[in-house]
Design a protein around this ligand. Structure first.
Ligand code: ADP
Ligand code: ASP
Ligand code: MG
Length: 407
């Protein structure tokens, strides 16, 4: 008998039939004797539908009201699933994030969990009930409803598993595990048996949306055993775990991540004097735009060109701010490109192998893919390329680094 926290994503509860199917699955676990806390997302498409509704009312909806609106998606699912469970003879009770008391800070839209009151959940489990909790939401000190960012139900699942010291946090979704890359782009991608927290965190940060970044961070920090599984098909899924140093031969590259939401901005002919980077990036951070990769070139005439990437949705906002910086600094001009993507190779095995970067660059060169920017860390190499090369870049690197599934 185990205590399991199971999270079912939007596509897994996207229709009444699917909710009924999930209820049967939960009932079967219960009959085996497991204690279960279930976290659910909104039915697929619901969160986007509500975002569109808000935007049809106002161009700048209040972030507080946005959270009141969006959390109703998850609230609908917990009620429906609990009804289905009770109907199937499996006693269940639902809770919103606020009812559990998942206490967060007050950053609407991207709140962080501070504390979880597990007393109600423990009492219900002791009474033999399945506890169904709304993902993606919490409540701040003042009682305002907050949300944890897109994909945040994963984080609710992991945080509850940590608070309850669950035996495993199981993320049920529409794929049967974590693959070497998104199986929608590379059909012969391979499911991984295991992946380290470190690699998974890197993959999630670099665009693999199978798990929310904060969920992986949380699981790593509190050492929560985390597994990604298919919500319908049986199988072992993928375990996210600590690095196994007993394995002599680590694969050099474990996976390939990509992010389509990228854009880059360049300010040309900036006087090359101390303090320039801060005068360029200060105004960008002041308007809350996050900067990712940064490259600075030194020109011959005591001027420099400065390029950085931002999320594509923030391109226009960042460009406007940079146009003002350009005038202020007496720089030549600002140019931008919002049709770029980032492709990254990830692997802890990279630490002990030289030549990985040149193999990556050779592969892209052979496909005539021009690299626009490069950034590296101990366990990843990222390149920025034109978006038209995304699929070609990912597929050729997947083959070159021996990640293709056996035919
Ligand atoms: P859910 O609604 O269950 O939260 P998501 O859509 O957030 O599901 O995440 C599952 C999707 O993540 C898959 O359908 C898949 O296309 C995508 N994905 C991206 N990268 C990977 C990867 N490396 N392995 C598995 N799935 C991936
Ligand atoms: N419903 C939210 C979203 O679509 C949270 C989640 O599904 O995890 O982002
Ligand atoms: Mg998700």
């Amino acid at each position: 008998m185990a205590l399991l926290v199971q999270k079912y994503g939007g596509t897994s509860v996207g229709t009444v039939e699917k909710i009924l199917g999930v209820a049967q699955k939960i009932k079967a676990f219960r009959e085996k004797g497991d204690d279960l806390v279930i976290v659910v997302s909104a039915m697929s498409g619901e969160t986007n539908r509500m975002l569109a509704l808000a935007n049809s009312i106002t161009a700048e909806p209040s972030i507080r009201e946005m959270d009141v609106l969006l959390t109703t998606g998850e609230q609908t699912t917990i009620a429906l699933l609990s009804m289905a469970l009770n109907d199937a003879g499996c006693p269940a009770v639902s809770y919103t994030g606020g009812q559990v008391k998942i206490l967060t800070d007050s950053s609407h839209g991207k709140a962080r969990i501070r504390e979880i009151d597990e007393s109600n959940i423990k009492a219900d489990l002791a009474a033999g009930k399945v506890v169904v909790v709304a993902g993606f939401q919490g409540v701040d000190e003042q009682g305002n409803i907050t949300t944890l960012g897109r994909g945040g139900s994963d984080t609710t699942g992991v945080a509850l598993a940590a608070a309850l010291k669950a035996d495993e946090c199981q993320i049920y979704t529409d794929v049967d595990g974590v693959y070497t890359t998104d199986p929608r782009v590379v059909t012969n991608a391979r499911r991984m048996e295991k992946v380290t927290f470190e690699e998974m965190l890197e993959m999630a940060s670099l665009g693999s949306k199978v798990l929310q970044i904060r969920a992986v961070e949380f699981a790593g920090k509190y050492n929560v055993p985390l597994r990604v599984l298919h919500s319908v098909k049986e199988g072992p899924g993928t375990l996210i775990t600590v690095e196994d140093n007993s394995q002599m031969e680590q694969p050099i590259i474990s996976g390939i991540a990509f992010n389509r939401d990228e854009a880059k901005l360049t300010i040309l002919g900036v006087p090359d004097i101390p303090g320039v980077a801060s005068r360029i990036l200060g105004p960008i951070s002041a308007i809350n735009v996050e900067v990712d990769m940064i490259v600075q070139n030194v020109g011959q005439d005591n001027t420099t060109d400065f390029t950085f990437t931002v999320n594509r949705t923030e391109y226009d906002k960042a460009k406007k701010a940079l146009d003002l910086v350009c005038i202020d600094l007496g720089a030549r001009e600002v140019i931008g490109d919002n049709s770029i993507v980032k492709v990254s190779i990830v692997g802890v095995g990279m630490r002990s192998h030289a030549g990985v970067a040149s193999k990556m660059f050779d592969t892209l060169a052979r496909e005539s893919i021009n690299i626009l920017m490069i950034s590296t860390s101990e366990i990843k190499i990222s390149v920025v390329v034109d978006e038209k090369y995304l699929e070609l870049a990912v597929r050729s690197l997947h083959t070159e680094f021996d990640l293709d599934a056996d035919a």
